[in-house]
Design a protein around this ligand. Structure first.
Ligand code: NAD
Length: 258
């Protein structure tokens, strides 16, 4: 039987790429995230047509614990199993800590951290019953190091590494692994959107943000590719990766080696 994966925030960017890579490896897909209904339906149908898997969509809001748990239930009932959970949905807000809006703080902690608690809590009983499971948390280089003006994001990403380790220890004898992927900069809408705010917060131009802030952080001086994130996730979901658990894996062009 095909395995099934739920990927939060898979209507854009990294989540979309991870969903495509998992589908290409023969895994049924539950898409999640916001966006234009017609575009999401086209994405879903495209996965089925290209890879011969079953793909479904569920619009659970990652700020809402009961919708998140219902997303896991829907994956089980519509796809037959919950074998892989990729906690990917995330947002960003760039602002000095003393001006950081409380509602932005709350939303970032909810979407980037607490949502993974709910998906994991709801999925583990299914994985334990099957004797196999994979939880992949899309953290960030900002789970390992900080940058100014990203207090909520850095706090959430450091937090998800703690959740990753705890989940790994609690599932270590159950055929389940839990790991965090820590990407450097990937050119997605999330990164595009923070360029103007970073320019404002630092008092520099948008071109200077790309050159002197974003790519300055990465010794390779290039963005990490979406296909690389997909391939690493597929590897972590393979049996070859069964002894990798509780790990935080940088894929950041050497950023955190600095
Ligand atoms: P993106 O903006 O392209 O995609 C974010 C996805 O999350 C979208 O599908 C969006 O609809 C979904 N989402 C947002 N709020 C949601 C909510 N309340 N409920 C359900 N879905 C919601 O961003 P991305 O760059 O692909 O980021 C994906 C993940 O990768 C995030 O966790 C981000 O922190 C992480 N990350 C990104 C980069 C990067 O450089 N792009 C680097 C490191 C880590």
């Amino acid at each position: 039987m095909r395995k099934s994966a739920v990927i939060t925030g898979s209507t854009s960017g990294i989540g979309k790429a991870v969903a495509e890579s998992l589908a290409a490896s023969g895994v049924n897909i539950m898409l999640n995230g916001f966006g234009d209904a017609e575009e999401i339906e086209a994405q879903r149908a495209d996965l089925e047509q290209k890879y011969g898997v079953t793909a479904r969509y569920n619009g659970a809001d990652m700020t809402n614990g009961s919708e998140i748990r219902a997303l896991i239930d829907a994956t089980k009932s519509e796809l037959g199993s919950v074998d892989i959970v990729v906690n990917n949905a995330g947002i960003q807000h760039v602002s000095p800590i003393d001006e950081f809006p409380t509602d932005k703080w709350d939303a970032i902690i909810a979407i980037n951290l607490t949502s993974a608690f709910h998906t994991t809590a709801a999925a583990l009983p299914h994985m334990r019953a099957a004797g196999w499971g994979r939880v992949v948390n899309i953290a960030s280089a900002h789970g390992l190091v900080a940058s100014p003006f990203k207090s909520a994001y850095v706090a959430a990403k450091h937090g998800i590494l703690g959740l990753t380790k705890t989940t790994a220890l609690e599932t270590a004898q159950d055929g389940i692994t839990c790991n965090a992927i820590c990407p450097g900069y990937v050119r997605t809408p999330l990164v595009e959107a923070q360029i103007p705010d970073t320019a404002k917060a630092r008092g520099i131009t948008e071109d200077e943000v790309v050159k002197d802030v974003i790519l300055a952080a990465q010794p390779t001086k290039s963005f990490v590719g979406l296909d690389e994130l997909g391939a690493l996730t597929v590897f972590l979901c393979s049996d070859a990766a069964k002894s990798i658990t509780g790990a935080s894996l940088p894929i950041d062009g050497g950023w955190t080696a600095n």
